[in-house]
Design a protein around this ligand. Structure first.
Ligand SMILES: Nc1nc2c(c(=O)[nH]1)N[C@H]1C(S)=C(S)[C@@H](COP(=O)(O)O)O[C@H]1N2
Ligand SMILES: [Mo]
Length: 427
């Protein structure tokens, strides 16, 4: 286990402030769930004592949530968990869900992009921002300012980000087995153009050594949300450290000034307010790859994945969804229904739909181009007859993947991707 794990150490090994270095104090704080930003702030305002008392308050193991994705306690005390105007969204305690019916084009506008926060959105001063790259598989720690990151080779990628728990509520609503965690409908997803420097460029600049195995990305929010990437994925040219979203600076809620974007992988790898990278010669085990963002259920025998409690989730699944409220209410007559389809494996090549108990699938029109990592819009004509209906859609990608009719239950309700029976009331 590397130092990045939420390592438990006995109280007696707590650093005394005269005998231990700041580096050690930082390690200790980190293992108690403090972000680099909060550590530096506390040190500046109240010195070592302030840091230690914050560690006490947070407690062993940190305050990061488990797979339940429950609201953070600090939010319950009245702190606003996001900065943007929440009016257009379905509001959850700490998260904002995008109603797909509100989306017009291929790219999700920044002010309509869903927000998934484990702690309130931090406000970061870009002029003081530093990205620290450290760990036992780089020769020595380095720090990069925002200007330095922006001076490196840049790249733009259009990619959708989708929460691992998108669609979670349908385990309970449709399949009779309620999963623990925030009850997302279909709107924990958005597609944007991300611009930044490939993470691989930054790792190369830091002198990543040949024995590197895992790359932990950690945020500056109060829980220092983090997740490790295997080196190969970290070095992929499409894995970005993004500083722009749809041609603008990243908005505060989406990670200003820098976030990772890992196309095709569940969005918990796309770390917002990224301020620390640890490059390790060993596998790194943290909460987000041992107890949350892992598949726990009858189909995933835990011993196979130790020390994780189930298989850590990496890629998303192929899906399609109608851009309609749930249930939808529409007027009788000829209508055009629209939706979004996406696959982490290949571009979407076909979308099908079917009505009620009809067995035949019909072909939908694809109305946006095939773009690697992006979602694809589709539409189809329907002669809506009065009554209660159910419409299903099914995506197929260029590698032949499609949505399965059944998926085994997992306790935290990740990755559901059956063709959803969307209820449509026609009056
Ligand atoms: N620092 C930090 N990064 C984070 C999170 C977080 O709470 N803190 N949430 C993750 C999860 S679970 C998701 S789904 C995405 C959501 O990104 P968005 O809020 O920009 O839509 O951010 C990921 N990155
Ligand atoms: Mo997520």
């Amino acid at each position: 286990m590397s130092t990045a794990s939420s390592g438990r150490r006995p109280a007696s090994s707590r650093p005394g402030h005269e005998s231990r270095s700041l580096e050690e104090l930082w390690r200790f704080s980190r293992s108690h769930g403090l972000s680099r930003r909060r550590f530096v702030q506390l040190l500046a305002s109240g010195g070592v004592a302030a840091v230690l008392s914050a560690c006490d308050a947070v407690g062993e193991g940190g305050e990061q949530n488990s797979g339940a994705e429950a609201p953070n306690p600090s939010v319950a005390q009245g702190e606003r968990p996001w900065v943007k105007d929440p009016t257009p969204f379905v509001q959850h305690p700490t998260n904002l869900e995008t109603p797909l019916a509100s989306l017009e084009g291929l790219l999700t506008p920044n002010d309509l992009f869903f927000v998934r926060n484990h702690a309130p959105t931090p406000r970061i001063d870009a002029s003081a921002y530093r990205l620290r790259i450290e760990g036992n598989a780089v020769p020595e720690p380095i720090e990069l300012s925002l200007a330095e990151l922006k001076s490196m080779p840049s790249r733009s990628v259009v990619a959708y980000l989708e929460c691992a728990g998108n669609w979670r509520s349908f385990f309970g609503r449709l399949l009779g087995q309620t999963a623990s965690g925030g009850p997302w409908g279909t709107g924990a997803i958005g597609c944007a153009e991300w611009t930044g420097v490939p993470l691989g460029e930054v790792l190369t600049r830091a002198g990543v050594e040949s024995n590197a195995v895992d790359v932990l990305l950690a945020g500056a929010d109060d829980v220092a949300f983090s997740r490790p990437l295997p080196l190969e994925k970290a070095m992929h040219p499409d894995t970005l450290l993004a500083y722009e979203m749809n041609g603008e600076d990243l908005p505060p809620d989406h990670g200003y000034p820098v976030r990772s974007v890992v196309p095709g992988w569940v969005a918990s790898n796309s770390i917002k307010w990224l301020d620390r990278i640890e490059v390790s010669s060993e596998n790194i085990w943290v909460r987000t790859n041992t107890s949350s963002y892992v598949l726990i259920g009858a189909e995933w025998p835990p011993e196979q994945y130790a020390p994780a409690e189930g298989g850590p989730i990496t890629t998303q699944t192929i899906k399609s969804a109608l851009a309609l409220d749930w249930p939808a209410r529409i007027e009788a007559g000829p209508t055009v229904l629209r939706g979004f389809a996406h696959s982490p494996h290949a571009v979407i090549s076909r979308v099908e739909w079917r009505l009620d108990d009809e067995t035949q699938w019909n072909e939908a029109r694809l109305v946006s181009p095939p773009i690697e990592h992006a979602w694809r819009r589709f539409e189809f004509d329907w002669e809506a007859a009065a009554g209660s209906h159910v419409i299903r859609t099914r995506a197929i990608d260029a590698s032949g993947n499609t949505q399965p009719d059944e998926v085994p239950f997992n306790e935290s309700g990740y990755l559901l991707n059956i063709p959803l029976p969307h209820p449509v009331e026609v009056a």
